[in-house]
Design a protein around this ligand. Structure first.
Ligand SMILES: C[S@@+](CC[C@H](N)C(=O)[O-])C[C@H]1O[C@@H](n2cnc3c(N)ncnc32)[C@H](O)[C@@H]1O
Length: 451
């Protein structure tokens, strides 16, 4: 006889009392913790368990018995269906308080860092239309129209959107144009196959005299279902003809994509290429960059190492003729752009290298190379298991920029056990209306440890 899987457990009138990093509401029922997707403190909900590991379980809301009084009107028509922002309509001060709490909790619980360092938080100047880069999906209709949208959270169901409340105005303008246009429909691409697209706003680009001219525009990178798929060529040509589109192309054509300015800050032009990693909130990125510069300058360093440097976003502005700056980054294309940034801005004494930060640190440690200050801005996974080479290169200070409080806390804990002291922690809200958070932590070498 066929074995039937048991019905998922259902619970009624569960009160959500807290929120966890990752955006799930926390509810406790008879000593068991439930992480409830899309719930916020104050919600009383009926839930269905979606995964159970004994003391903890994941759950989804099946019915609101009483929505939280924190829930206001969402400024986005799609927020209840699309997989993006969980916190539209929640007062911004409350969002900031939760984000600060994520960092404090992670530092205490995971890093075992004493609560002696207060966690400060800076809100974003804009809470809507702040993203200068979004990832959408597109699906062709039989008449050549294209439906754009986001996948519903945890599924591959497309939620069509004609605007995104957190995307820059220019992106929304272009989205409206391409959403109402007709393209030459691909002959063989299945209409139901959603392909991924990245839309990035760029500011007015320099004219022949080097000064920014015109309006902000959009660059579009299309990721076809398979790398050798040419079915979207005609679609890409159509995108290129769209008003407000500076460049459009397939991900595999990026070698021929133009270098564009994505920010001008402190006398420097920061460049990027379509498809390359860049921070998505330009005004907040400037705040973080300025803070990193101020912190680093406070140590008056002669030698700076920028780990996970991307295209030089955090360290380009620290280059001087009497100082050496070295950056290391996995992505060869990001390093090519970092070198263009060095050339175009006439920066001296900077060396940007492609490779693994960890291997590079070991190489430096073995050669006995020393640095005064290290900047580290790793991806979500944090640094690496072995932080010994980082301790060996003698840096007086490590400025750690993180997008994940849990891995930040883990790495800070290890560095503190290795002889560093935590001096300050500042959290930034790059991503209003979502649970994401960015943190800058400063570690100083305690007196007396040798490299
Ligand atoms: C959060 S981004 C920061 C980039 C840059 N600091 C910025 O502000 O734009 C992290 C970067 O680390 C790079 N990366 C990831 N793992 C790496 C590793 N093990 N070694 C070197 N770079 C790595 C990624 O390619 C990415 O560019």
């Amino acid at each position: 006889m066929e074995k039937q899987s048991p019905e998922p457990a259902q619970l009624s009138d569960v009160e959500v009392t807290a929120v966890a990093f990752g955006g799930k509401g926390i509810a406790r029922v008879e000593g068991k913790v439930f992480f409830v997707a899309d719930a916020v403190p104050g919600d009383v909900v009926d839930i269905e368990v979606t995964g159970d590991s004994g003391r903890y379980a994941d759950a989804k809301i099946t019915k609101f018995a009483k929505p939280s009084s924190l829930r206001g009107k969402s400024p986005c028509a799609f927020s209840e269906r699309c997989g993006g922002c969980q916190w539209h309509g929640i007062p911004y001060e409350q969002q900031l308080a939760w984000k600060r709490q994520f960092v404090e909790t992670a530092l205490g619980r995971i890093g075992k860092v004493e609560a002696s360092v207060p966690v400060a938080i800076s809100g974003s100047p804009e809470t809507l239309e702040y993203r200068n880069r979004i990832f959408l999906r597109g699906v062709f209709a039989s008449d050549g129209g294209v439906t754009f949208g986001y996948f519903r959270r945890g599924s591959r169901d497309l939620v069509p959107v004609d605007r995104c409340a957190i995307a820059a105005t220019t992106i929304n303008r272009v989205l409206a144009r391409v959403g109402s246009a007709k393209f030459s429909r691909p002959a063989s691409l299945r209409t139901s196959t959603p392909y991924r697209m990245e839309l990035q706003e760029i500011p007015p680009q320099p004219d022949s005299s080097g000064h920014p001219a015109g309006e902000p525009q959009v660059i579009i990178t299309v990721y076809p279902p398979s790398p050798d798929c040419r079915d979207l060529d005609a679609f890409v040509d159509g995108l290129r003809q769209t008003e407000g589109v500076f460049w459009a192309g397939l991900i595999k054509d990026l070698k021929t994509a133009p270098l564009v300015v994505f920010d001008e800050h402190g006398q420097l032009q920061y460049h990027t290429r379509p498809g390359q990693f860049q921070q998505v909130n330009v005004s907040h990125n400037r705040m973080v960059r300025s803070l990193v510069h101020e912190l680093v300058e406070g140590y008056n360093p002669k030698r700076i190492l920028d780990l996970f440097c991307g295209s030089g976003n955090l360290s380009l502005g620290l280059c001087r003729s009497d100082r050496y700056v070295e950056g290391i980054e996995f992505s060869e294309t990001a390093i090519a752009t970092a070198r263009e940034n060095v050339r175009i801005n006439k920066v001296t004494n900077a060396l940007y290298l492609s490779g693994s930060s960890e291997k590079h640190l070991w190489k430096c440690a073995k050669k006995g190379e020393q640095f005064d200050v290290v900047i580290a801005d790793p991806p979500r996974e944090g640094m690496f298991k072995d932080l010994i080479p980082l301790q060996k290169i003698g840096a007086r200070a490590i400025i750690y920029v993180s997008c994940d409080p849990a891995t930040l806390a883990r790495d800070l804990g290890a560095l503190i056990r290795g002889g560093y002291q935590l001096k300050s922690v500042r959290t930034f809200d790059f991503f209003p209306n979502t649970w994401h958070v960015e943190t800058v932590a400063v570690l100083e070498r305690a007196d007396g440890i040798s490299g």
